[in-house]
Design a protein around this ligand. Structure first.
Ligand code: SF4
Ligand code: SF4
Length: 377
């Protein structure tokens, strides 16, 4: 395992981080918790979760594991999060942290994220007098939070503005081998400000393993596209931690094996990827689900957008998309939906929530046209 210093904190963290957002929810908490010990045994020492992950069970699963690992609690780092839109006062922020501590079965947090910042207004909300940040600072003074960090989906210029203001020890942002050309500015801004840089979605929310045969151009000889995508984030000097959502022990073993041996991408590798990637790769639905509760029409937005990835990533023709849509209606992502794409009223609530800044309304309009053509067949 490679270890990197997290910003200027002096903490040495594993280049592969354990992301607690992809547990198998059919398994018991105890079974899922075993994955954390397995990861620790393989050299991972950074464990990241959040309330709401995995139908709001992830922090509880972490709690089971952390209790079992309590005798060496100082040997690993625990991270969780809270949104300023939900905890908009210092008092609420403190309450949220205390709730997380209880669930996580620990009396301190190594990292706490001001979570899911999608606009500068949300950032200002977190930083307002009497707001979330003020509450977190009080807990930091008491040693309950060791490092306050931020998780953001903002563009590079805004990330630069935030890190330059100097309130955070690190930044968690969505960057991977398919979108780095569009997001590298934020990575470099954080790195240059000596913040820890944690890459979320290194596998593009599972899209890279799903489309391995189409994404062969990512890989060098002897590796799969999934391995290449992990190597990209793990070996990039600007990235401190590649945060990977693990479901099985095999996933952990694969990531750790890559981190044991990996070399950074060469400039030839990067040129080859740049030649194959289009701007659409910056607008891939990662299936995060943040849009889902926003829709007054109950449209399964994430399912539609995951399906649309085929168009955005690989430029499938309309005829191909219509044919595939038929399958998704009957057997796949869109079985049993409560509403169709055409039910969209264009209220735009989902676009405000979308972590990947996807033009959902436009894509739904195109999907509605395909659905009409499918019905006419
Ligand atoms: S814009 Fe359409 S899909 Fe998005 S929340 Fe509004 S009705 Fe739902
Ligand atoms: S459409 Fe956006 S918010 Fe919804 S699941 Fe996809 S990436 Fe996440």
């Amino acid at each position: 395992m490679i270890y990197n210093e997290y910003g200027k904190t002096g903490l040495n963290v594993s280049a592969v981080g354990f992301g607690g957002m992809r547990f198998d929810e059919k398994k018991s908490h105890k079974e899922n918790a075993q994955l954390l010990q397995h990861a620790y045994d393989r050299g991972i020492n950074y464990f990241d979760t959040a309330p709401l992950y995995c139908s709001d069970t992830s922090e509880d699963i972490f709690g089971v594991a952390i209790k079992q690992m309590a005798s060496f609690r100082d040997k690993f780092y625990v991270s969780t999060k809270g949104m300023p839109t939900e905890f908009d006062t210092a008092k609420k922020a403190v309450g949220a942290v205390k709730k997380s501590l209880k669930r996580l079965k620990t009396d301190y947090l190594d990292f706490y994220h001001v979570w899911c910042i999608r606009s500068m207004d949300q950032y200002r909300l977190a930083m307002k007098p009497g707001g979330q940040y003020e509450g977190l600072m009080k807990l930091k003074e008491q040693g309950i939070i060791r490092n306050i960090v931020i998780s953001t989906h903002l563009r590079g210029d805004d990330v630069a503005t935030i890190v330059d203001e100097g309130h955070f020890e690190g930044v968690l942002l969505g960057v991977n081998v398919l979108n780095f050309m569009y997001r590298w500015k934020g990575v470099c801004a954080a790195h240059d400000a000596r913040c820890g840089v944690v890459a979320m979605n290194p596998l593009s929310g599972g899209m890279i393993p799903k489309f391995e045969s189409e994404l062969g151009f990512i890989a060098s000889e002897g590796e799969t596209p999934t391995e290449a995508a992990i190597r990209f984030c793990v070996a990039s000097p600007e990235i401190t931690i590649a945060l990977i959502g693990f479901t099985t022990a095999e996933h952990i073993d694969t990531a750790c094996k890559i981190a044991d041996n990996c070399q950074p991408f060469t400039s030839d590798d990067l040129d080859r990827i740049k030649a194959n990637v289009t701007e659409n790769m910056d607008r891939i639905c990662t299936g995060c689900g943040y849009c889902m509760s926003t829709c007054p029409q109950n449209i399964p937005i994430a399912n539609y957008m995951q399906f649309y990835n085929n168009k955005a990533m690989f430029h499938k023709t309309d005829e191909e998309m219509i044919k595939d849509l038929d399958f998704e209606h009957q057997w796949g992502l869109l079985v049993g939906r409560d509403a169709d794409a055409a039910d969209c009223t264009q209220c735009a609530q989902c676009e405000k929530a979308c972590t990947q800044h996807i033009d959902i309304i436009k894509r739904l309009a195109q999907l509605a046209q395909w659905e009409t053509k499918l019905e006419a067949k």
